[in-house]
Design a protein around this ligand. Structure first.
Ligand SMILES: Nc1nc2c(ncn2[C@@H]2O[C@H](COP(=O)(O)OP(=O)(O)OP(=O)(O)O)[C@@H](O)[C@H]2O)c(=O)[nH]1
Ligand SMILES: [Mg+2]
Length: 423
């Protein structure tokens, strides 16, 4: 079973809580604060591998959560960091932000990694908060919590060459004779229902060929299977276009050539600029005289003299085609990875400080980091609260509130904390 587009949800680990602890041993009956920091949460990392060629496994597992950081403990021990969650995807997988359909990463090479989400920072233990005035802080900070996100995975096969043409023209048969692949072959249309990849070896060099399901008229608008799979030839450097010159299925071979090229162009304008090698398949089914006549018509109509006469049964033209593909590939530079949007899920969350005026005139502040900060406050502890206020100032939240018209005596609400602003 093949699957090449799927939406999954991912969440990095939360940071661990900092510890509140005081050193106590025989030498120091009442020692200083020694609560360690919480550990960092695990990251979400995508990694490309050639071992996979479909996103099928994501059909059953759609939720990925990295481990949370452990809480800090006494003796200044930092909590253990959460384990990263490494999600393996087939090489050629593209990550898309479902919010705007923009590409955020292109895992175009075996082993390439992309860190999609960063784990939350661990909270500081009370040791961190000791200063000349806070000699014995009895508070610590909770770890940063991170939000889950959704991401679309789309597989855009990476191959050097794409085999295209009507159904049943012999694409899979050709792939089976030139490469190590073993695709299904049968004498009916749409035998191939998902792309097959094969590695071709010729003159001591190799290249990768993708055989995609047959195209028909209207493929670019969704008819047949072709449209869905055209994305797998978007990235090839060379197209090998098979045309059944024996017309074994009763179509006109000249028209076949026009229809397929039209569909490519309709699907994506740039596909028409991809270099093509025209290959006449099933040459063994017609005699030389018929072949000659047909080739003349083709040359006359399209002004193309450069083509290959092929029979995957008698092997006519097979070696010639393999070499011709190699020659062409040498002249065409490798395609760079797709352009990606600069993207940082966490930043977006953290920087989004929102201030809302409630019905009774209070100021309600929300947003990633502020809420995290508020979680660590122990209201009953004046030192904890003072620290919170200092941080609000440092982060520019007080200025933002003043800009929004906050005055002496106004009420400010941040998560569970409500306080009155005094100048
Ligand atoms: N005589 C002859 N038959 C061929 C040749 N190549 C393929 N065939 C036959 O044509 C039929 C279709 O071949 P496939 O390779 O499955 O065709 P395809 O283009 O992959 O078809 P779809 O996957 O349906 O798009 C099979 O019965 C093959 O044996 C050839 O060169 N000569
Ligand atoms: Mg096939």
């Amino acid at each position: 079973m093949f699957l090449d587009r799927v939406k999954i949800s991912i969440k990095a680990g939360n940071g661990g809580k900092g510890a509140v602890s005081f050193l106590r041993n025989a030498q120091t009956a009442n020692g200083g604060p020694d609560g360690g920091d919480g550990g960092k949460g695990g990251d979400i990392i995508f990694k490309a591998t050639d071992e996979l060629n479909t996103l099928y496994s994501f059909r059953f597992k759609k939720k990925f959560v990295a481990e949370n950081g452990s809480d800090g403990s006494s003796k200044n021990q930092t909590g253990k960091s959460g384990k990263n969650e490494i999600i393996l995807v087939p090489t050629g997988t593209v990550l898309i932000n479902p919010e705007n359909d923009k590409i955020i990463a292109d895992l175009s090479e075996n082993g390439k990694e992309f860190r999609a989400l960063k784990g939350g920072a661990g909270g500081h233990g009370n040791n961190y908060f000791k200063s000349s005035i806070k000699q014995a802080p009895s508070f610590s900070q909770t770890g940063e919590t991170v939000k889950g996100k959704e991401v679309i995975l789309e597989l855009k096969t990476i191959a050097d060459v794409g085999l295209i043409g009507f159904p049943n023209v012999g694409k899979s048969t050709l792939l089976s004779v030139i490469s190590n692949a073993n695709p299904k072959i049968a004498n009916y249309p749409f035998t191939t229902i998902y792309p097959n990849l094969g590695v071709v070896e010729v003159l001591g060099e190799t290249y990768v060929v993708a055989d995609i399901p047959g195209l028909i008229e209207g493929a670019s608008e969704g008819l047949g299977l072709g449209h869905y799979f055209l994305k797998h030839v978007e990235r090839v450097r060379l197209l090998v276009h098979l045309i059944d010159i024996s017309e074994s299925e009763g179509r006109d071979f000249l028209n076949d050539y026009i229809v397929i090229n039209d569909e490519l162009k309709k699907y994506r304008e740039t596909l028409k600029d991809v270099k093509q090698i025209a290959v006449f398949s099933k040459c063994d089914l017609i005699d030389d005289e018929e072949l000659k006549e047909k080739l003349e018509k083709f040359e006359e109509k399209f002004k193309i003299k450069d083509y290959i006469l092929l029979s995957s049964i008698s092997y006519r033209g097979v070696e010639e085609l393999k070499k011709k593909i190699l020659e062409n590939l040498k002249k065409i530079p490798k395609k760079p990875p797709l352009e990606v949007e600069d993207f940082d899920f966490d930043k977006k969350d953290v920087q989004n400080i929102e201030i809302r005026r409630t019905d009774d005139g209070s100021f309600e502040v929300s947003g990633g980091r502020i809420e995290n900060l508020a979680r660590g406050v122990i209201i009953s502890d004046p030192r904890s609260f003072a620290y919170f206020q200092t941080r609000l100032k440092e982060m520019g939240v007080i200025d933002m509130l003043l800009e929004k018209g906050m005055k002496d005596g106004d009420t400010v609400i941040i998560k569970d904390i409500t306080f009155e602003y005094t100048e």
